[in-house]
Every structure is written in structure tokens, then in C-alpha cells.
Ligand binder design. Sequence first.
Ligand code: NAD
Length: 512
Amino acid sequence: MSLPFLEQLGIGELSLPICTGAVYSGDDSDGVQESYSPADGALIGKIGKAKQSDYDHVMATAEKAFLHWRTVPAPKRGEVVRQIGDKLREIKDPLGALVSYEMGKSLQEGLGEVQEMIDICDFAVGLSRQLYGLTMHSERPEHRMYEQWHPLGIVGIISAFNFPVAVWAWNTMIATVCGDVTVWKPSKKAPLTAIAIFNAIGEVLQDNDVPEGVMSYIIGPGAVVGESMINDPRMALISATGSTRVGIRVAEACAKRLGKSILELGGNNAIIITPDSDLKLTIPAVVFGAVGTAGQRCTSTRRLIIHDSMYDTVKDALLTAYKTVKIGTPLDEANHMGPLVDTGAVQDMQDAIAAAIKEGANVIYGGEVLEGEGYESGCYVAPCIVEAKNDMEIVQTETFAPILYLCKYSGAVEDAIAQQNGVPQGLSSAIFTTNVLEAEEFLSTRGSDCGIANVNIGTSGAEIGGAFGGEKETGWGRESGSDSWRQYMRRQTNTINYGKELPLAQGIEFDV
Ligand code: NAD
């Protein structure tokens, strides 16, 4: 199918499953992976499937590239990232459109995702001159101690469909300035976005004599590519984003070989609405958090924990707001909500609603599969509001769809915090209150147990400057800003003796 943004991004009918920077390889002799748009059901493109021999080639190329890349000064590595950021600025519009068309998020959100890539490039460029270690005072005379950070090696990136390009950039830009090389396995639900990126950045890599293998992607079956990556001792770090089910598999494989991992897994994010909340802020934040990306953000708002004195007011305001949500093709900027990623996701949503009803929950809005003109792909749904209880099994589970559970609390904010924390996941959380005591309680050591805790803003839409990640079943490690870079480097403690004696630590005498 001919769409202008596909041509601008150099996406043809058949793409190759491997790129090691500017060099493409692999073929379709093992079949093809097809990419369909959930927006209109059209086939967007096909990609040959990588084989085991392709994986071996990518890893051999990456190993060789690392030997050189680790010796390039970090600010020079940063300069390459700066140019990649400029290239992404040039393709922001078509890449944002492809993100939107291939996985279904609204065009605004697709463009926002590319902006996140640009922002992390800028962040990483600055970081390339700030990979600081500490100095310590030695207990021994004429000794000096310090620590330095060295490149780690090959970083394997496994990404989820819902942030098909930003997660690659979060990992790759930081890893690249740290002196690592990266191998990326994109989601099979949004592979063309990966190809579009490499089509754009190949020129930058070539112009800067960046060796083949510093950045690669490989597209193929999970059983071949994914399993090879997580079991490969050459992978110094696996950064995996996806469901808790897949995260457990990744954790097991990495632990078995004592490999490092960052796991960014499922969330079950709640907003607490207290009697002191300002509903002018609260209601739009809830609707954006629950309906944005059709409820397919790891940070999507899935639960509201509402004080019973506010419950009916909040419920009525939400019912009114939900009626204004426009659902349709994500490429039309007038629409707030596009489709779910595929019909499998639609079925998962229907199953979750049925399970909620079986447990005694009450559906008060939406949930149905939309039919008729513009909805032919079968991936469009009406966002759903359900009155439920926090301890229901379905409420304890992440369903990757726009289902919002309304739960009540009575009494003090501590009761709401207990419900907020009373799920297996620990990614994002928020409280809406103008009461400073409640806000501080929520942020205190007795407060939210999540990696992200916000006051008077919603659960989704994090900025790249902060460290991103969660606790409990959401996994471990942090990506993106703050000092997340340390996970992509190895720390070395150095002690230097500039005297003429050899004193031992802890005063130990050893005369020979
Ligand atoms: P998924 O778990 O189905 O797939 C994630 C990735 O893992 C894909 O690339 C997939 O091919 C790969 N994979 C599957 N089996 C594998 C194996 N055995 N070995 C290695 N890789 C394997 O997730 P999804 O449906 O693409 O994304 C939705 C999930 O991702 C949700 O649970 C969401 O909360 C989570 N997510 C989390 C974050 C976060 O930062 N915490 C961000 C985005 C998405």
C-alpha cells in the first residue's frame, strides 16, 4: 500500500531482517513476518525472518565492534548521538505517523514518542561528558582511591509493541555514549518502525566511520532470536520491556548465567482521589491516563481509588467526559483514541470484562467492540468504566486495554494507599489532593510503593529526565534519565600507591 510516510522512510514491500548499522542482510528463505495496521487492517509491509545463522552473524559483528567502540572517547560517541538526534528531528513527522499507523496510538502520541527519542539523544550527548566516578580517601598513607566506569559490552534490547521506538532510543542512546554496542529485537507487532529508524541513521553512522555492529536490529521468531539473546553469555546486559510473563522468562535465563538484566514489565497503576482533590485537574488526568494509547501504556491508569464522599461526583464527571472521547483512525488528529494493537488484544479486553462481571463488578460505561464505517479492522473498542473492588482477581491483573476500575475508600488517606499498594505490580501511581499532609504521606516511606509516584498529575506521560521503572512484578532496574546510565557500565575501584612502602589495609602486618 502506498502511503507518503512509508516512502519518506524508505519502507518497501519486503524488508530484510537484519541491519548492523548501515548494512542490511538476511533474506526471506525462512518465510516472512507481515505487519498489518490496526487502524484499517491493511498489510503495511513484510520482513524476512532471521535464522540462527543470522543471529550468529549479528553477534559476531557486535563483538568485533565493541572492541573498537569502547576505545572511542565518550564525547566523540556523544557527537554521533547528537547527529542521530538531528536525523530523528528530520524524520519526526513520517516516523510519528508510522508509529501511529503500525501500532495504533494517536498521531499526537506517535509524534510525542519520536520527540522522546530526540530528547533522550540530547540527554545522552550531555551525559557523554558526565560519566562520573567518585574519589575516596584511602586509609593508607600515600595512596589514592577512586572509581571509574568502563563500557559493559553488548546490550540486548527486547522491546514491547506499545512504545516501539522510544524504548530502543532510551536504551541505545545511553548505551552508545557509555561505549556499549546494542542488538535490538523489536516487537513483532511493530517491526517496520525499527527498519525506518535504521534507514534514517545509517548515513550518520557511515559519515562518522562508526563500525558495523555498534547498533543492530534483528527481526525473527521469539523462539530463535529472543531465546538466543537471553541465553547468550555474550550479552552483558539484557534490557527487556514487556509483560511480566515474558519478564520472568528473561529473568530466569539471565540468572542462570548470572547475566545482568533490566526488566520493565507490567503495571497496574492507580490514582487516589481524596476529598481535597481539584476535579478540574483530576478528571482530564484520569481520562488521558485511562484512554490514551487506548489503555496500552505500561503506565495507563487502570484503577481509581476514590474517597466515598467524592465517589458519585467523580463517577458522573467521568461518564460525561467519556462520552466526549472521539474514537477512530489514529492518523486523524481529531480523534482521541485509536484502535487496540490487534484483534487478540480486543479479545483479551472482552475476556477481562466478562471476568469482572463474573466476580460481581458492574460495567457502567462502554467496553463493546465498535463496528461500522471506519472500524472495519475489528480493533476498535469503546473505553470501559467498571465499578469494582480492589481485591477482585481481575482488578489485581494488568489487562492491556482501556478498562478503568472504580474502587472506593473511606476514612483516612492511609486506607487509599493500602489499596494502591495492594496489587502485585509497582510501576506508577498518583494522588490528587490539595492537602499537603496527604500528598506528603503518599510520598513518604509509608506511602506509594511504586517506582513512580506523582502528585496532581496522572500516572502516564513520564519525562525522560527521570529514572523510569518499577518495583515488585514490574521488574527491576531503571531506564532513561537520572543515573540509569550506571547500569550500562561496569564500575571499577582503583587504589594507587604513590609511596615507597606497602602498608596493608586494616593494619595487617605481613613481613616477608
Ligand atoms: P510481550 O511480553 O508480549 O512482548 C515483549 C517482547 O518480548 C516482544 O519483543 C516479544 O517478542 C519478546 N519475547 C516474547 N517471548 C520472549 C522470549 N521467550 N525471550 C525473549 N523475548 C521474548 O509484551 P507486549 O504485548 O509487546 O507489550 C505489552 C506489555 O509490556 C505490557 O505488560 C506492558 O505493561 C509492558 N510494558 C512495560 C513497560 C515498562 O516500562 N514497565 C513499558 C512498555 C510496556
